[in-house]
Write a protein that binds this ligand. Structure first.
Ligand SMILES: *Cc1c(COP(=O)(O)O)cnc(C)c1O
Length: 397
């Protein structure tokens, strides 16, 4: 069966009680019942279609969660107030004190900090490995390992995880595979490739407007149900629920994601090919010389390209900073962290989004201090943007 995330979203019949084509926003924290018994049943998770309290479920959040699980092809999803809310809750739901995690050493900086600095206080330890080295992953597994954690495309070096291989290894040992798919929605479907749980920062490509932070957890009905169990569910008890006003905005933006992903990918590929000709070291998985080009080609949905992220190596932080300042003045985009915005964003990874990762580890994972990461925008005329970047590079000392 072809993985067809855009059609899966399009096929949803979601409309409001007055036929409103955008489902109405449920602006309520609590919900009333005409029969006291129904309230009791809802509390026990037994009353179909009934809502109890918005920290648990809210109709607006349900519409967005249903649309995201349709996109992913998972049984269920739950939406959180941030990507970190999704990641921390998925992990904490699966791990008890004394458990162990094997994680890619290249992950989002906040995820690295959660695993390396925060979870040890609950006696949950993480081994960080080169996720491309399947043998190293296997060797890091311990009897108490509960999770293998990775990102489909890891930040900032755009390394691709071999999800089918990791899933097979995890499942042989009753370990869960969690994949953060923030960089590659629609392009890669981790759950279809064997991941047990897919997590998202909706803040990035999925919302695409840089006006809020949000996240999502996708998985089985059982797992999502366990997260919001009133007695011991991590999300129900820690409470990182998304605001329904935001849910309704993000749902509308989700419906244009397929068009945006194509344009992000087209523009990033264009820039990668052109910048390469300027004798720059360009990291982009769409280029044949990228070490994971073949792996990504095998796993991806070709309709949506190789994604909007690319990096160039300016060798030193000084050179990276000089280029970024010039590009901002020239109108290429903004010097800012984050990604998936309609305008191009760029930042020097070592000193920004990966600054939580110690210098030593940055070296080990092959990260240059002059690495400039681009989230390529939706520019209609990307040749014009390329000319601006080229001019900035030519003007450098
Ligand atoms: C931004 C990001 C996160 C964290 O998401 P927030 O919405 O900022 O909490 C997690 N993973 C990846 C890959 C990200 O880019």
């Amino acid at each position: 069966m072809k993985f067809d995330p855009a059609s899966n979203i399009q096929d949803l019949l979601q409309f409001g009680e007055y036929g409103d084509v955008n489902p109405s926003i449920t602006d309520s924290a609590t919900f009333t019942f005409m029969q006291a018994n129904t309230m009791l049943e809802t509390f026990h998770g037994e009353a179909e279609g009934c809502f109890l309290y918005s920290r648990h479920w809210n109709p607006s959040n349900k519409y967005l969660a249903d649309a995201i699980s349709a996109m992913e092809g998972t049984e269920a999803a739950w939406v959180t107030a941030s990507g970190m809310g999704a990641i921390s809750n998925a992990i904490m739901q699966l791990c008890n004190s004394g458990d162990h995690i094997v994680s890619s050493m290249t992950t989002y900086g906040g995820t690295y900090a959660l695993l390396a600095n925060y979870l040890p206080k609950f006696n949950i330890e993480t081994s960080f490995v080169d996720i491309s080295d399947i043998e190293a992953v296997e060797n890091a597994i311990q009897p108490n390992t509960k999770i293998i954690y990775t990102e489909s495309m890891t930040n900032p070096l755009l390394v691709i995880s071999d999800i089918p291989k990791l899933a097979a290894m995890a499942h042989k040992r009753n370990i869960k595979l969690i994949v953060d798919n923030t960089f590659t929605p629609m392009i890669i479907a981790p759950s279809a490739l064997g991941a047990d749980i897919t997590v998202y920062s909706l803040t990035k490509f999925i919302n695409g407007k840089n006006d809020c932070v949000a996240g999502a957890i996708c998985g089985s009905v059982d797992f999502i149900g366990s997260l919001i169990d009133v007695n011991n569910g991590t999300s129900m008890l820690l409470g990182p629920v998304l605001d329904p006003l935001r849910s309704s905005q993000i749902l509308k933006n989700l419906h244009t994601l397929h068009i945006r992903m194509k344009q992000h990918s087209y523009n990033a590929m264009y820039l990668a090919q052109k910048l390469k000709k300027l004798d720059l070291k360009v990291i982009y998985p769409g280029l044949e010389e990228h070490p994971d080009h073949e792996l990504m080609s095998r796993m991806m949905n070709p309709d949506f390209g190789y994604g909007g992220m690319l990096a160039i190596d300016m060798k030193t932080t000084e050179k990276a900073n000089e280029l970024m300042e010039k590009m901002e003045l020239a109108g290429v985009g903004y010097l800012a962290v984050s990604l998936g915005y309609f305008k191009t964003l760029f930042s020097c990874s070592g000193k920004s989004t990966s600054s939580e990762v110690p210098d030593e580890l940055q070296k080990k994972m092959g990260m240059s201090e002059g690495l400039v990461r681009f989230s390529v925008g939706l520019d209609n005329d990307i040749e014009r943007t390329y000319q601006k970047i080229k001019q900035c590079i030519a003007e450098m000392k």
